[in-house]
Design a protein around this ligand. Structure first.
Ligand code: ME8
Length: 626
């Protein structure tokens, strides 16, 4: 097929990530010359490389995983010439093309929607543990799914680096707070990379742009009178960085949340007028029933707010490690006030030149958090945004705790396995699968090594891994490793069942994912996996292979089973990106991670006849219990 050329100009101010170029089955790149003329061409191995205001010749990889680009502003007018055989150029809704020539049938322009999701930014008091990894894997699973649905995803995670707790941890390790944070930032990123976390951004509250945003927002609230000076006298939990009223605690002065000792604090502070937002918050919850999830937690927030709110101390005069208040540098910002603003600063709030990015990305679609920090996210954070006249995020979802032997696991309690030790044993996908499948997202969930081994061996080694290896093996044995042509026989009957299950799966799966019911989405996927195993058992290809007359049926059975596996791999991809990519690779298919039209791709019959299929190593070798 001859390449087609498309000339045109695009008018948008957006990050490079906003302009997506997709060539089916290839990696994509686009080159720009000094005059900002873009010439698109395929350049699979080139690393992404684009910086703001840097107009020399650049090769830009526009695939989904070009994380470098989240904030590289493009020139306003982009002239381009595309020379692909199959191209889809996608632009976000807010940055529609102008003056573009469309060649019917060859090009389509599809607007993309921004989908901005975040995890909490974690304290740098220790390396990531199973709890922080749990939230991050869950958010990653949704990020991956939304990318597969064609959304322009911005997935944010990062670190909460200021405050007394970090100051103390650094001191205990004989480091400055910044040295300590730098060393842990590396550790966090290593763990996220080990767990295949596809975050587009990693924010640190010591980033200069974040500090600028915090100062801008605080100044705004100070000037509007929402922040005032007063005296604080009360109890403070350093590990939780939380204030407690005398009425909430007893004479033991133990933190009601974490059970650790509280410190008495008496100092002149600045306060945020939280109490005056009580009614507005209640109205907001009423009018936006989806703002807090799950419902059980919403009730908890409602009764807390109905009980009355106190103004919140938002500065400390005795803590040096923090962002100074712009109008009174003898105070540093209360660490939570600073940290919550990360969701805004990441997308450009308070920063010159990033207004478009902010308008495009905000409000966030969802903040993922654990139930321990729900008051900060569902009471303080919305009140801060209301005070600043900024829209609220669409949803805050607070999941439950992971428990081991009935107790919340955490680093400080010393009852935590490390992500690394489990990944070593179960593989990264075995790890991710277990937490997404075995714990109902939203509820507390008990985890144990025994149940992890059971899940792994049952669902992954037996059902899914075995299905792939026995099927790929049969393709090798009966068809020289090539996808057979099944056009002579459709194998209606059992084969039709498989098609029906596959056809109904997208709606069911998406419905579950929209509710963050990961276990349910996997359960639906397993309907197809199990049906495919059943189909193979009932059709017995090994018996068909013995009879020449059954060749058309044998071809149909193998084709149908392969097609079901191709489709199942798409649905397992958000949770298990590595093995799903392997399955596709072994079937001679493209890069599963760059799929952005999952609904279309899960239509039956897209597996090309004649693709070579490779058996490969076992995807999930069985694990023996120790
Ligand atoms: O609270 N089970 O950071 P943090 C499930 N810096 N999830 C758990 C868990 C468990 N046992 N233990 C921790 C902070 N988590 C602040 C956040 S955001 C603006 C600032 C997860 O390092 C869960 O998501 O203490 C919880 O909310 C988070 O880690 C707390 O992380």
């Amino acid at each position: 097929m001859l390449p087609v050329y498309l000339f045109g100009s695009l008018k948008f101010l957006a990050s490079a990530q906003d302009a997506r170029l997709r060539v089916l089955g290839q990696n994509d790149a686009i080159a720009f010359d000094r005059n900002r003329k873009g010439v698109a061409h395929s350049y699979p191995k080139c690393p992404p490389n684009l910086y703001r205001n840097h107009y020399t010749t650049e090769i830009i990889n526009l695939s989904h995983h070009s994380r470098v680009f989240h904030d590289a502003l493009f020139p306003l007018e982009l002239k381009f010439r595309l020379s692909y055989t199959e191209v889809t150029l996608c632009l976000p809704v807010r940055h529609r093309h102008r003056n573009i020539t469309q060649i019917p049938g060859e090009f389509s322009l599809m607007p993309k929607n921004s989908y901005y999701l975040s995890t909490p930014i974690y304290y740098v008091n220790s390396i990531p543990h199973l709890g922080t990894a749990y939230t991050t894997v869950a958010a990653d699973t949704l990020a991956r799914f939304r990318r597969m649905c064609g959304d322009d995803v911005l997935f944010l995670t990062g670190l909460d680096e200021h405050g007394q707790k970090v100051e103390e941890a650094a001191l205990a390790h004989d480091m400055t707070p910044k040295e300590w944070c730098d060393s842990l930032a590396v550790e966090f990123q290593k763990v996220w990379s080990m767990l295949n976390i596809s975050n587009d951004m990693f924010i640190r509250t010591t980033d200069a742009f974040h500090e600028a945003a915090v100062k801008a927002l605080a100044t705004k609230l100070y000037e509007s009178g929402d922040i005032y000076k007063g005296t604080y006298e009360g109890w403070y939990c350093i590990p939780d960085e939380t204030y407690w009223n005398a009425s909430d605690i007893d004479e033991t002065h133990i933190c009601p949340d974490c059970g650790r000792e509280l410190k008495f604090v008496e100092e002149e502070n600045y306060f945020f007028k939280l109490a005056s937002y009580q009614e507005k918050l209640l109205e907001y919850y009423e009018e936006h029933p989806d703002f807090i999830g799950p419902d059980s937690r919403k009730n908890e927030v409602l009764s807390f707010v109905k009980g009355g709110l106190n103004d919140l101390s938002i500065s400390r005069s005795n803590v040096k490690w923090g962002i100074e208040l712009p109008w009174d540098t003898s105070h540093t910002m209360y660490v939570w006030f600073d940290a919550l603003i990360n969701y805004l600063s990441a997308v450009g709030y308070g920063q010159e030149g990033r207004e478009e990015t902010f308008a495009y990305r905000w409000p966030a679609q969802i903040h993922f958090i654990g139930k321990d920090i729900i008051r900060f996210h569902c009471v303080i954070w919305p009140a801060m945004l209301m005070a600043a006249g900024i829209e609220l995020p669409q949803r805050v979802f607070a999941h439950g705790f992971l428990l081991t032997k009935g107790e919340k696991m955490s680093k400080s309690k010393g009852n935590a396995q490390t992500p690394a030790s489990l990944v070593e044993r179960f593989g990264v996908d075995g790890y991710r699968y277990y937490f997404m499948r075995d714990v109902s997202f939203g509820q507390d969930g008990s985890i144990s090594l025994e149940s992890m081994v059971q899940r792994y061996n049952g669902d992954l080694a037996n059902d899914w891994g075995n299905l792939c290896s026995r099927l790929f093996n049969m393709v090798g044995k009966y068809f020289d490793g090539l996808v057979p042509d099944a056009s002579d026989c459709t194998d209606e009957g059992e084969g039709a069942d498989l098609k029906q299950i596959a056809a109904a799966l997208f709606g069911k799966y998406k419905g579950r994912m929209d509710k963050l019911d990961y276990a349910g989405a996997l359960e639906e996927t397993w309907e197809l996996v199990k049906a495919t195993n059943r189909y193979i058992e009932l059709s017995a290809p090994w018996a068909l292979a013995k009879d020449e007359a059954q060749l058309p049926r044998l071809k149909a059975v193998i084709y149908n089973a392969l097609e079901a596996v191709r489709i199942a791999a798409l649905y397992t991809a958000p949770v298990m990106p590595e093995t799903s990519a392997q399955v596709w690779k072994r079937m001679g298919l493209g890069d599963i991670v760059s799929v952005d039209d999952i609904e279309d791709r899960t239509s039956w019959g897209l597996l090309p006849v004649g693709n070579s299929v490779e058996k490969g190593e076992s995807l999930f070798p069985r694990i023996t219990e120790e």
